[in-house]
Design a protein around this ligand. Structure first.
Ligand SMILES: *Cc1c(COP(=O)(O)O)cnc(C)c1O
Length: 232
């Protein structure tokens, strides 16, 4: 099968899963946005995805993301940075990302803010919330009881727009329970910051649970692009 046909089939399946999950939850499928995670896949795939109507792509490693965003600058895509971020790279990420969905500590804000101001446009930010058991933060994120404090600091940072929260379900745990906890934190943040109404949750294997718990954005890689060559 030609690559574009593989990608089209993957996209069709994922759109159908999103629509079914939204209907089951009594939600409007149009309220769930798809971010296609292109990490480990080449620029050529990003171009085919854009041809197929994809508007939002996600990357989790700075060097790979920077190179791809530059090479694909003509496509007008929105670039979501979804990976763990070093504070000394934050300004550089803000130079090409439209969204940084993985802000998990205040130490990142100075660099992100500076990068956004240098670029001359606001950067959308999601606070990444840990859904791991107390004390463990294997999959990144601020502890839920610290999320509002971090959100306040994002909202107070020049050039940064607080848009909501993001999370990755813990390995080996019930994703529905984890996403239900995320929904509580999301509501707390939204109560203080009404414009921060985005909830980015759900990946290839748990998008249904995420949508049922209120996700507004799902981040899907392998269900569209196939298995990644290596997982880091
Ligand atoms: C890789 C990645 C995804 C996509 O994962 P799939 O299981 O391939 O859909 C989503 N979110 C984050 C933070 C990721 O790193």
């Amino acid at each position: 099968m030609a690559r574009i046909d593989e990608l089209r089939a993957g996209l069709d399946q994922v759109h159908a899963r999103i629509a079914a999950a939204a209907r089951n939850a009594g939600r409007d499928p149009a309220a769930v946005h798809l971010v296609v995670v292109t990490k480990f896949f080449p620029e050529s795939d990003v171009r085919l995805l854009a041809d197929l109507g994809v508007t939002d792509v996600g990357e989790n490693r700075h060097q790979e993301a920077a190179a791809k965003a530059l090479a694909c600058a003509d496509l007008g895509l929105r670039w979501h940075f979804i990976g763990s971020l070093q504070s000394n790279k934050a300004a550089a990420v803000a130079a090409y990302a439209d969204v940084v969905a993985s802000v998990d500590r205040a130490k990142l804000l100075g660099g992100l803010s500076r990068g956004a101001l240098e670029r001359g446009r606001d950067l959308d930010v999601l606070v990444q919330v840990s859904l791991d058991e107390a004390g463990a933060t294997h999959r990144g994120g601020v502890a839920p009881d610290q999320a509002l404090d971090l959100a306040d600091k994002v909202a107070a940072s020049p050039g940064l727009q607080l848009r909501g929260v993001m999370a990755v379900a813990p390995l080996g745990a019930d994703p529905a329970a984890a996403f239900a906890r995320l929904a509580v934190t999301a509501a707390q943040v939204r109560q203080h910051h009404p414009a921060a109404d985005q909830v980015s949750a759900g990946m290839s294997h748990d998008l249904e649970e995420a949508i049922s718990a209120g996700a507004t954005h799902v981040r899907i890689g392998s269900a569209i692009l196939g298995n990644r060559p290596t997982i880091k």
